[in-house]
Design a protein around this ligand. Sequence first.
Ligand code: ZN
Length: 90
Amino acid sequence: MGKKISFKNFEGQEYEINLRKPRKELEADGLCYPPKDNAKSKILVNPHLKKEKIKEIILHEMLHAFFWELPEYKINYLAKTASQIIKKLT
Ligand SMILES: [Zn+2]
């Protein structure tokens, strides 16, 4: 917990992933902030979840960072499907 890891999306936008719970009123397991000009953007993932779920949410929020224009239902479907397959095969 408390680990901070950065990556860059296709456009070179830097993102920092933080295992920290998004604000309570958002009622979300994760959050991906929009790309910013000349600044680091953030992804938050709730650390108080099962490990499998945390992995899925990290993937989900990273997909937002790479494909900002993709609708939520597609991101959700891809992250869930990939997580289930990875879980079955590993
Ligand atoms: Zn989402």
